[in-house]
Ligand binder design. Sequence first.
Ligand code: IMP
Ligand code: MG
Length: 332
Amino acid sequence: MIIADVVVDLQYGDCGKGKVTHHLCRTNDYTHVIRYNGGCNAGHTIYHDGRKVITHHIPAGVFFGIKSIIGPGCVLEPYQFFKEIRELEEIGIPARSLVHIAKNTHVITRDHLREDGADTAIGTTKRGNGPAYRDKYGRKGKRAEEISSLQGFIIDIYEELHKSDAEEVKILFEGAQGFGLDIDWGDYPYVTSSHCTTASALLNGVPPQAIRDVFGVAKVYETYVGAKDFEPNDPIFDEIRTVGEEFGATTGRPRQCNWMNWNLVEKAIKINGVSRLIVNKVDVLEKVGKWSLYQNEEKVNFSTSTEMKHWILNRAHELGIKVDFSGEKDRI
Ligand code: IMP
Ligand code: MG
């Protein structure tokens, strides 16, 4: 029997999925944590034992001794992968025994990195993501099982998850990027090259009936990194960027900021089948002392944090879901 929870980002990435995953791993008895999309374009910032750790490829299950799998929906860059394994081992995490790669995961090659390195149109992370997925779908890609240095990590994810019908398999699917960057639902062409929805988790070897909870993660304001113009001309967003430390975990680029677009969040909730909404970084707007969001292209202003939270709570309740708000004090 397979039970799976999914962590999915409802905006443009960087909403704190790492933190949520970390919390869920601590409080649930998962047997596996599986990354289901993207490559090392992702950067998950995790506070573990008071230490800030950034992972790009490796799922957060490693911090809890849980088997952590890079699923076939991902693309993997071997050099970065081994760098992370070493970094985790240096801080005492037995990554080599916990981390596995599905044999049918595609790899990012030196050529992919070179090609993506020249991108200026989209503002990619230059991690080879787009070219790797293009070659996968163009049937010219290389799979992890073909790479000799990866042999010790390779598994058959079907065997792993379905090997015994009697054994309970409890999975946490850890998503990368976010709904606004999704190849189909995002603002094309300013998107990433993978699927960033709950549906994407299902492409990694589990049936739809396995899904239990879908944790939708949003931020109380929006950020986006990439080539399109996103941030309105207002110094408040400089303040939000500074207070919220909104600089890319992978590239260090300043993230463009804006108020939350509730319509995007609502659409992402519906399409992903979110059962629980987590709104992060509430403390940032509390420090800045301004609270707004957009609904139907109109700006809705609030005079306190509580007022804004109530507004979000009411909308979420209309959609039949629970909400958690978190800020600095809740950092793990
Ligand atoms: P790519 O995924 O590197 O091809 O980049 C495509 C777009 O997605 C660019 O706008 C990137 O900044 C954005 N992007 C990719 N990964 C992340 C992420 O983990 N967080 C935020 N933005 C991302
Ligand atoms: Mg990130």
